[in-house]
Ligand binder design. Structure first.
Ligand code: PXP
Length: 251
């Protein structure tokens, strides 16, 4: 009856709220600067989160470097660092040593990550970065659309993990495209599994669409941010995490 899908809690939007008011403050100033994403991470772990995810964006619009360094010291589970596929970010990751790095596409103008990484069209450039991370013992994941070409590219890059982009499904959830987008994810998960990849998923997952998401086969871990942080405003982060964990257990 119970599935063992793990929950990675993405705390970026806790930092979004802090930055909305305190962008120019470097320190906590006697805990005046709030909300603290590191505290959110620790509380999420206490409520059952299996890992903590942050996206250190090039424009530093939410999570800051110092947040990531504090997380590395304070969390007890696993740190999943989402980042752009650039040599500068690889250097940062090599010094930080997160358990996993998830390579994501990044454009300055987007509100959040839109569309998966085009791994198939930049194999050579990515191979250099993924090999460097793998040699340092960092497990690499690629955030990709449920598309055969991208999944095959991930397998050829010999990364152990992929994160299937569930954004198109989440956007279609209220409309006629829900079933076809779900089937794309199902096929993507099957293809990835056959290729020997561990299948994670994320983006736009919430307390409603999780009932469909969790029926995708072979899921190892989901990375969920916005909906958990939003719910936490009303229930507290502990209850928000516990509710999502419970939904992951129900079949
Ligand atoms: N996974 C990846 C790779 C992402 O870029 C994001 C958004 O930052 C998420 C998961 C979480 O998405 P959401 O905040 O919509 O749950």
């Amino acid at each position: 009856m119970s599935s063992a899908i793990l929950l990675g809690v993405n705390i970026d939007h806790c930092a979004t709220l802090r930055q909305a008011r305190y962008r120019h403050h470097e320190r906590s100033c006697g805990q005046m600067v709030e909300p603290d994403p590191v505290l959110a991470a620790v509380m999420a772990e206490q409520a059952g989160a299996d890992g903590i995810t942050v996206h250190l964006r090039e424009d530093r619009r939410h999570i800051q470097e110092r947040d990531v360094l504090r997380l590395r010291e304070q969390i007890q589970t696993r740190l999943n660092l989402e980042m752009a596929a650039t040599p500068a970010m690889v250097e940062f990751a090599l010094a930080l040593r997160p358990e996993t790095v998830c390579l994501v596409p990044e454009k300055r103008e987007e509100i959040t990550t839109e569309g998966g990484l085009d791994a198939a069209d930049q194999m050579e450039r990515l191979a250099e970065l993924t090999d460097t991370l793998a040699e340092a013992g960092v497990a690499v994941s690629l955030f990709i659309d449920p598309d055969d070409r991208q999944i095959e590219a991930a397998a050829r890059l010999r990364v152990p993990l992929i994160e299937l982009h569930t954004g198109a499904f989440a956007n279609a959830w209220h409309g006629p495209g829900r079933e076809s987008e779900w089937e794309r994810l199902l096929r993507g998960a099957e293809t990835a599994r056959r290729a020997g990849l561990t299948v994670n998923a994320g983006h736009g997952i919430n307390y409603a669409n999780i009932r469909d998401i969790r029926r995708i086969p072979h899921l190892h871990e989901l990375n969920i941010g916005h909906s958990i942080i939003s719910r936490a405003l009303f229930t507290g982060i502990g209850a928000a995490v516990r509710e999502m964990k419970q939904l992951l257990l129900e079949t």
